[in-house]
Design a binder for this molecule. Structure first.
Ligand SMILES: *Cc1c(COP(=O)(O)O)cnc(C)c1O
Length: 458
């Protein structure tokens, strides 16, 4: 394999702080064994999320200076709208301050009691917004996607047969829309094939159900289609992206992912009436329709980021750098979701820590150890994030216990990634010493952000 280099040089740098292991033990204890509650300054390599953590380009920073801050009809909005329309082909582009604002607006209108929303896998904020509206969020991931050790090309695909059955059983009148998340964040950052999107659209058409994309990582998904799906090798990324969106009736987007910015998002909608309702709600909670929850300068940065993310050299470097970390871990026997996804490596904490039961949160225990050992911040995606409880208070764990190492875009170099691999492998070698955790505080929704834990001593 030939070396693929970062397709940029660095003009501006930010120092990172080194701490000792003793300091990290103390800091993590103060944070209730929840890396979300650490001060970012105390983290050496921050892989908590790829959301809003991108390094912006010189052109994006230039856009920040050029932002038109007019309240209504700013030049920056029209530039943003034009770019998003070119990519999505959608009729109405509604700026929001981030992805979940788009979700909240959309599901406040189409959600509610008695409604059901299928998806390949709902992201946590999507699920929360749907459930908050009173509707049900249903995951219909294909079977392969549920098995971390199976290596296939499109593990993010929706199970089309299950979707048909689900619609038959639920009644299409109770399904205001169907979603596909590209790439499938909660299911391992795995891509969805063009064929799957096309097939889901056909089923939706049969039942008159609109198809919406959770499009946060549309460009990374398009690159996977280009390199893995027959018939797309020679197509420019923009064309692949346009084809993806051509099957959709709408999209929610967090610009904090593939728009390479630190804040922003949008809702893209074709339906006149729905767009009108969304805009009215936008005015109540986000702002006037030509800025949403954003400043003019943010819209400039999003517009430029959406151009840069379609650069094939960038996408090749992006997908390869994640795969590179995955290869190093696999070579050392560390169990991860295979093949590596687009934005993150997901460690299979069930196989990494087989002696810790889901009730003792193996994923959370591993994130704690990664911080203590290497100053690395990762996030649990398992029973803490998605665990449910039955009427007797027994945990109903999700199918997987994962630890996500999300790679910020254009931020870390290959030696940072080499260090991360080295530290994880060292933790793997002494994994038998890692202990489980119990919860000492939790909120009623999205508890993973603020929960506190204590180590279980035997
Ligand atoms: C990040 C993300 C969201 C929510 O976006 P925010 O900008 O964090 O509000 C929704 N869906 C997916 C798949 C995401 O990755």
């Amino acid at each position: 394999m030939k070396t693929i280099i970062e397709p940029f040089k660095i003009k501006s740098v930010e120092p990172i702080k080194f701490t000792t292991k003793e300091e990290r033990i103390k800091l993590l204890k103060e944070a209730g064994s929840n890396p979300f509650l650490l001060h970012a300054e105390d983290v050496l390599i921050d892989l908590l999320t790829d959301s809003g953590t991108s390094a912006m380009s010189a052109q994006q920073w230039a856009g920040i200076m050029n932002g038109d801050e007019s309240y209504a009809g700013s030049k920056s909005f029209y530039k943003f709208e034009k770019t998003v329309k070119k990519i999505t082909g959608m009729k109405y582009i509604i700026p929001t301050h981030q992805g979940r604002a788009s979700e909240r607006i959309l599901f406040s209108i189409v959600g509610g009691k008695g409604k059901h929303i299928p998806n390949n896998t709902h992201f946590d904020t999507t699920r929360a917004n749907i459930e908050f509206s009173g509707a049900e969020a249903v995951d219909l991931l294909n079977e392969e996607g549920k098995h971390p050790e199976i290596r296939t090309d499109f593990k993010g695909n929706m199970d089309v047969e299950k979707l048909k059955k689900f619609i038959e059983n639920t009644g299409s009148e109770n399904i205001p829309l169907c979603m596909i998340t590209i790439t499938n964040n909660s299911g391992g950052g795995q891509p969805v094939s063009m064929q799957n999107i096309r097939e889901v659209k056909e089923v939706c058409n049969q039942y008159n159900i609109p198809l919406f994309l959770d499009a946060c990582r549309f460009a990374e998904n398009a690159y996977f289609i280009k390199i893995r799906e027959k018939g797309y090798t020679d197509k420019p990324i923009l064309e692949i992206v346009q084809e993806i969106f051509s099957y959709a009736d709408g999209a929610t987007m967090s610009a904090k992912k593939d728009a390479l910015v630190n804040i922003g998002g949008f809702l893209a909608i074709n339906d006149d009436e729905l767009a009108q309702k969304c805009r009215n709600l936008l005015i109540v909670t986000e702002g006037f329709p030509t800025y949403g929850g954003l400043a003019g300068r943010d819209l400039e940065a999003v517009a430029q980021g959406l151009v840069e993310v379609l650069d094939e050299n960038y996408l090749q470097y992006r997908i390869r750098s994640v795969e590179y970390l995955g290869e190093k871990l696999v070579a050392a026997g560390v169990p991860i979701i295979e093949p590596p996804g687009g934005h993150a490596i997901y460690i299979d904490a069930k196989r990494f820590l087989p002696s810790i039961s889901p009730e003792q949160f193996p994923g959370q225990a591993l994130t704690c150890e990664l911080y203590i050992h290497g100053g690395i911040r990762a996030v649990e995606i398992g029973s803490v994030m998605f665990g449910k409880y039955d009427s007797e208070g027994n945990l109903i764990p999700p199918s997987m216990e994962l630890v996500r190492l999300a790679i910020p875009r254009r931020v870390y170099t290959q030696s940072h990634i080499d260090y991360v691999a080295e530290k994880i492998i060292e933790v793997y070698e002494k994994r038998s010493q890692i202990k489980g955790l119990k919860i000492t505080y939790q909120a009623t929704m999205l508890r993973h952000f603020t929960a506190r834990f204590e180590k279980i001593d035997d």
